[in-house]
Design a protein around this ligand. Sequence first.
Ligand SMILES: Nc1ncnc2c1ncn2[C@@H]1O[C@H](COP(=O)(O)OP(=O)(O)OP(=O)(O)O)[C@@H](O)[C@H]1O
Length: 464
Amino acid sequence: MESYGRKRKGPEISLSIGKSLTPLTDLWSHMSLGDYSRQKKRSKEDEAKELVGSIRSVVEGNFTAPPGKVASMDPLCRGLKRKIGCIDRATQLGRKKKIAQEYDLGAKIGHGKFGCVVLCRSRATGEEFACKMLRKREELVHQEVEIMQHLSGHSGIVTLNAVYEDLESFYLVMELCHGGRLLDQMTKEGQYSEHRAANILRDLILVIKYCHDMGVVHRDIKPENILLTASGQMKLADFGLAVRVTNGQNLNGVVGSPAYVAPEVLAGNYSEKVDIWSAGVLLHALLVGFLPFQGGSLAAVFDAIKKGSLDFTSGLWDSVSQPAQDLVAHMLTRDVSARLTADEVLKHPWIVFYTEPTLEALTLKPVSGCHGRHGQQKLTATPPRVESKTSSYFLHNDSTLISLSDVSSSRLEEQDCRLIDALTTAISRVRISESKRSRLCGPAIPIKQECSSNMTVNSLCTAF
Ligand SMILES: Nc1ncnc2c1ncn2[C@@H]1O[C@H](COP(=O)(O)OP(=O)(O)OP(=O)(O)O)[C@@H](O)[C@H]1O
């Protein structure tokens, strides 16, 4: 079995921006900021958070990850054992039995920075799972386990079935995602249609919303951490950097993956909105095949994140509709209060248009004679209804905006290409107000592209 002896990311991560950087060549593999700063002291925020969690757990009768200092003084893994006591029966059983008694471990299917993931098969049922192995001496695994367990049950999250341990390692038995990583699919397929991008984003935002509603910030949203089932369903994975937050609690541990990290993370004071930023980076990559913030070094990437502008006037965006651009801009605004929440993203007209069930049925049938990149569609049923709330979001910001739900339903009933054109035109007139716009990424100055395409495994993995 392959050795997997690198240090595991934990909550004890901080990063001094502007200090000497790891040579770029060393960064070309999906690194999180935590990697660059593993030697640093654990952040005060995480210590405070864990203390709060610990106190709360006593009050509420739940176990959470123990405070880091206590954990480091305790015999290894005590926190996990305590945690196991409150997770499901399968996991409790796992504590007593050895994994080899119940599963046959197979070929390696993935390798993260901190562990190896292998195929495994239940001896009892023959069912296949993925088993993530983490070395005890290098791992504070309890927080990841606790959060996975806390979130378990959502169809968009990889299910943790059981946890085992031996002297050396922990074994997390998870549902197997046969479809691989979204990153690999993106690398293969390049630019996505708006319809597909919207559906991917919606699925992701639904999971992010669930995490946020459950008091969890993922902090490492990126296509490497989005796995796909055989049927193509998305599953969010890798909660190694996730944290639990109480209402309104601000975070300050500098963690994430360089190209996906929100500017306020670099500033050291942030909230769950960092996940929306990262999802915005992903949406940008889906729509145009490039990451928005790039650079030849880690410092340059951070500089772009902190100061760079999105340039929707570049040819890159010619074939992308204005509503899609609008959503990207509202997810990648540095003004955190102006950045959309998960709920607001889900209600954005572009998302509603492409993902509303009746629309999906309407938009699947290609028809010749319609123009526009995504206009090769025919409306064959009742016109789409876009929730008035969505429209009012825009009306609220600019009185000149139109309501999408007012886009002449009678015209839509004509069921020909002119209708989809009319709707497209109407959507393209949706604008944000000047006041809101001024809070976005500033004037459209092109972001320097370091290479002709960054849709490669290397560049997307490294998130540069
Ligand atoms: N449930 C799963 N089903 C299939 N493959 C998986 C599963 N979980 C993980 N993998 C594979 O293993 C890889 C590493 O897993 P994971 O990201 O959880 O580990 P990590 O050590 O936390 O990695 P990272 O470096 O991304 O932080 C994934 O990119 C994926 O290819």
